[in-house]
Design a protein around this ligand. Structure first.
Ligand code: AMP
Length: 403
């Protein structure tokens, strides 16, 4: 790597999409951002914004057969702006990898053994790891000489103690099939808990934070002195909070009931709980803006969906207050957490005994900055902290390979 190689390309490869950002770690600035969607379909779509040149967003629709073609198309777009993958300024490629199991507790430079281990984890992350592996292999083929780093969604949660990570099921069965709570959104929980400490003017080791990552997927985590001690997602991202399309916590017997009484097979139950449940299952919409609009118009189904969502959220805030013992801050992040003031207000309403309150005026402010929304008298700081998973992935990648 040359001395002035300070750029990191961050790749987030999904089953039919690739999201990417090129960052310059001299100052954390974004040089280009983009997305390839509907890979493998007739009308794939690529949108690319060259922020470095101040150019307009470019979009094109044409069939992109697979991830290899997608990444080549991304490379072409970057080259057109003088930011190509062949640039000596590119230090590394950082890959978001969803499941790192117990082995990967930190970002890791990818070699054959690492790739094999990520492949070994496919049975516990069948929807995500195969796409991540394809993204890595494709990027390696394009730039075999460049360091490629895996940043795992599960890594931040590997500090969870056994009593939080284990399910109360037969130990031999659990161990034979690697069944335990791994947690996800770890890159976001790590970033937001650290930023929250910064906002309070303290070191991460000196604060206890409950992070509420509320996007289309949603998870909560309890972070004690900078280390995760509990999180709401489990073996898969299905456990925990009510999400856009996922049920979150449910009596596992519902699954046997659906099989025995409704005659559904495993794939159908999987689809029901992951794609047709949560807010969308309850009221037909998973966008919180639309749900709030319907509530304002007096829609009862939307109102009930909102109440169920908030009830679950409050239960986790209460549970994690108990887990942490002392809470210094509750931080809201991701699409809903950063933007939906009514969710933040409702989530802490009635929790004054836990030291929580929200100032209505501060909560109503719209801003991209990390900010406090609790009144001065409140014992626990309530914060809105925009997450930035790409910056975190780029930062962790660069810290590993940079000079
Ligand atoms: P994410 O997964 O973090 O991108 O979050 C996506 C979700 O954020 C959407 O499905 C919406 O429910 C929610 N969201 C985005 N913008 C807003 C907004 N302005 N107000 C309320 N909810 C929002």
């Amino acid at each position: 790597m040359t001395a002035n190689a300070t750029r990191v390309l961050v790749l987030n490869s999904g089953s039919s999409s690739v999201k990417y950002q090129l960052l310059d770690m001299k100052d954390g600035s974004r040089l280009a951002v983009g997305l390839v969607e509907r890979i493998g379909e007739e009308t794939s779509r690529l949108s690319h914004t060259p922020l470095a040149t101040g150019g307009d967003k470019r979009e094109r629709e044409a069939r992109i057969a697979d991830h290899e073609e997608a990444l080549k198309a991304v490379a072409d777009e970057l080259s057109a702006d003088g930011l190509g993958l062949d640039s000596p300024e590119l230090a590394a490629i950082g890959h978001r990898v969803v499941h790192g199991g117990l082995k990967f507790t930190a970002p890791t430079v990818i070699d054959d053994a690492v790739l094999k281990e990520i492949e070994r984890l496919v049975p516990v992350a069948p929807l995500h790891n195969p796409a991540n592996i394809t993204g890595i292999k494709t990027a390696q083929a394009l730039r075999p000489d460049l360091p490629q780093v895996a940043v795992f969604d599960t890594a931040f949660h590997t500090t969870m103690p056994e009593h939080a990570a284990r399910y109360a099921i037969d130990v031999e069965t659990a161990d034979a099939h690697r069944i335990r709570r791994y947690g996800f959104h770890g890159t976001s929980h790590a970033y937001v808990s650290r930023k929250t400490a910064e906002l309070l003017g303290k070191a991460p080791e000196d604060v206890n934070v409950i992070v509420l990552h509320l996007g289309n997927g949603a998870s909560a985590s309890a972070v004690a002195s900078g280390r995760c001690v509990d999180t709401s997602m489990g073996l898969t991202p299905l456990e925990g909070l009510v999400m856009g399309t996922r049920s979150g916590d449910i009596d596992p017997a519902v699954v046997f009931h659906l099989k025995r009484v409704a005659g559904m097979d495993a794939d159908e139950v999987d689809e029901l709980l992951n794609k047709k449940s949560g807010l969308v299952g309850l009221c037909g919409d998973n966008d919180m803006r639309e749900i709030r609009r319907r509530i304002d118009e007096g829609d009862q189904r939307a109102a009930l969906a909102f109440d169920i969502y908030i009830h679950r959220l409050k239960k986790y805030i209460g549970a994690y207050s108990a887990v942490l013992g002392r809470v210094d801050a509750v931080a809201f992040t991701a699409g809903v957490g950063e933007n939906a003031a009514p969710v933040r207000e409702a989530a802490v309403k009635g929790l004054e005994e836990l030291g929580l309150a929200v100032d209505a005026d501060l909560n109503a402010v719209r801003s991209d900055a990390a900010r406090l929304i609790s009144p001065e008298y409140a014992r626990v700081a309530v914060a809105v902290v925009p997450t930035d998973e790409e910056l975190e992935i780029a930062g962790q990648t660069y810290a590993l390979v940079g000079n």
